[in-house]
Design a protein around this ligand. Structure first.
Ligand SMILES: C[S@@+](CC[C@H](N)C(=O)[O-])C[C@H]1O[C@@H](n2cnc3c(N)ncnc32)[C@H](O)[C@@H]1O
Ligand code: SF4
Length: 376
């Protein structure tokens, strides 16, 4: 079974109001150095394969590290894994901190794919999201990546912000396409508990976009990007010249991966572990020579099956029940056939042989269809 590697860099210049990723606004270089030393030690203990299938360096904000420390990050990775042999190596880049120098460092280290968090090109929406950059910085970041030689650049965008109109969203899509990205991820804003926006929602001081607007924006995204030659290979992901993200597709197909860094998750054949979340707790475990696993569970076969359908149905190609059955050593039918049949009758799923996928109508209610399989 091929295994991927995820590397989590937990620092950001600011904590965005919507974000519940494990990230902290820590500018202290001592903390950055402690992180790098502990990451090196964790890689030695966690022992990922020398030749991982894909590598994803995310966060947090990897590019928040200064150029010297950013180079050190890749030097450390290069000691433990052969980046050149991976099918895909991605680094997440934030517009305010990606420089030409850092783009060149990443490329020289073997990174071939850059994922830039643009979110929007509108000054007011960027401010509302607490983003530390303007539209000009997004353009400069993409320019720096292209100048360095990156041929696979992806942009992240967010829609369905309170008060945002269809015309606003169309304008963001148009601006993004002008940068000729090779891949796009477009996410509908989620109000996560524990974030500033989550608290504002609970206090009633912010009103989310209506479901009607959200659905209209979702449809507009598919139409607009489809017309521009992008393939909606997953609910929120659109492949242009760069093709799909192999790393994320590996997650959706329940592949094995080793995650290093604070709060990073790992998955190996039904075993799932999550690292201690805070920098201090995570680093302290490693400094004591221990694996920094905080929580771990061995998933039951019905749970793995439920997750295989829940995740896999987000893909345009859907899932192949025979492949899942072979991988898990059990026939999916007794667990899932009644749910699949019900949704086929409702016109939300279609089945052809052993392959099951969402219909055009099903895609619109993907989350409510997919979640049913988790209850099996
Ligand atoms: C790991 S996150 C952040 C990556 C990078 N640090 C940045 O800020 O651009 C990846 C993407 O998830 C999306 N995202 C994060 N929180 C979200 C939320 N609450 N709702 C919708 N999309 C979200 C954003 O588009 C973001 O770029
Ligand atoms: S969205 Fe990105 S920059 Fe903002 S807090 Fe989350 S990880 Fe950091």
């Amino acid at each position: 079974m091929r295994t991927s590697l995820y590397v989590h860099v937990p620092f950001c210049v600011v904590k965005c109001g919507y974000c519940d990723f494990n990230s902290y606004a820590i500018a202290d270089h001592v903390a950055h150095d402690r992180f790098l030393a502990a990451l090196d030690a964790e890689l030695a203990i966690a022992d990922p394969p020398r030749r991982p299938y894909t590598v994803f360096v995310g966060g947090g904000t990897p590019t928040y590290l200064d150029a010297g420390r950013f180079a050190k990050l890749f030097e450390i990775l290069g000691h433990h894994v052969d980046l050149a042999s991976a099918a895909e190596v991605t680094v997440e880049c934030n517009p305010e901190s990606l420089t030409r120098e850092k783009a060149a460092i990443a490329l020289a280290a073997g990174v071939r794919r850059a994922s830039v968090g643009a979110q929007s090109f509108d000054a007011a929406r960027l401010r509302w999201l607490d983003r530390a950059h303007d539209a000009g910085a997004i353009r400069r970041a993409v320019g720096a990546l292209r100048d360095a030689g990156f041929e696979n650049v992806s942009l992240d965008l967010m829609y369905a912000l309170p008060g945002e109109t269809l015309a606003d969203w169309k304008s963001d899509l148009r601006e993004a396409l002008e940068l000729q990205p090779d891949h796009l991820s477009c996410y509908s804003l989620t109000f996560e508990r524990g974030t500033r926006l989550g608290r504002e929602l609970a206090a009633g001081t912010v009103e989310p976009a209506s479901e009607t607007i959200d659905a209209a924006m979702f449809r507009l995204t598919r139409e607009h990007l489809g017309a521009a030659g992008f393939r909606a290979y997953e609910i929120s992901n659109f492949a242009g010249r760069g093709g799909p993200s192999l790393h994320n597709d590996h997650y959706w197909l329940q592949g094995d991966y080793v995650g290093v860094g604070p709060g990073a998750a790992s998955h190996r054949g039904g075993w799932r572990g999550t690292n201690l979340k805070t920098l201090d707790a995570w680093a302290r475990a490693i400094e004591a020579g221990l694996l920094p696993t905080g929580e771990a569970e061995t998933l039951t076969i019905p749970r793995r099956l439920g997750e295989a359908l829940w995740l896999g149905l987000r893909r345009a190609d859907g899932v192949d029940l025979d492949t899942i059955g072979e991988r898990l050593g059990t026939d999916p039918a007794p667990h899932a056939a009644h749910i699949i049949d019900r949704f086929v009758e409702l016109g939300l799923l279609e089945r052809s042989g052993s392959r099951v996928r969402l219909t055009e109508g099903g895609v619109l209610v993907a989350d409510s269809v997919a979640v049913e399989f988790l209850a099996t």
